[in-house]
Write a protein that binds this ligand. Sequence first.
Ligand code: DQA
Length: 145
Amino acid sequence: ASILVIQGPNLNLLGTREPEVYGKTTLADIHAKLGEIAKAHSVDLDTYQSNHEGQLIDRVQKAKQDGVDFIIINPGAFTHTSVALRDALAGVAIPFTEIHLSNIHQREEFRKHSYLSDIATGVICGLGAIGYELALQAAIARLQK
Ligand code: DQA
């Protein structure tokens, strides 16, 4: 089985970016932990981060060609703006979990709406970096059943 983790804009800054909101764990730390979990379950894991909407869309499209079975995506601010990213995920029809480090429902009004949630298999938010581990465990359980 093959799982892809996609990280949107500004998530490359994790660890130093508003640590009171997003925590002190870096993206490299998160990806290392996910790599360990995937390895323990003999699952192929790829990770990708981009600050650019079009590159994120290209990566979603490539996932289809690559035969990716499941996507875990933190779309960053594109969550709240991108019909194009939604269309890409709907277009490839790969099941996905939407994840946010922060609880987007507890913050500014403009973060409460997501263009992805209603087409996602699941949504995790507000649990910090551990949310990624839970999302991966759920994806693995789903693929192995
Ligand atoms: C985020 C929440 C978004 O509203 C924000 O724009 C981000 C990160 C999160 O992980 O909590 O960049 O997706």
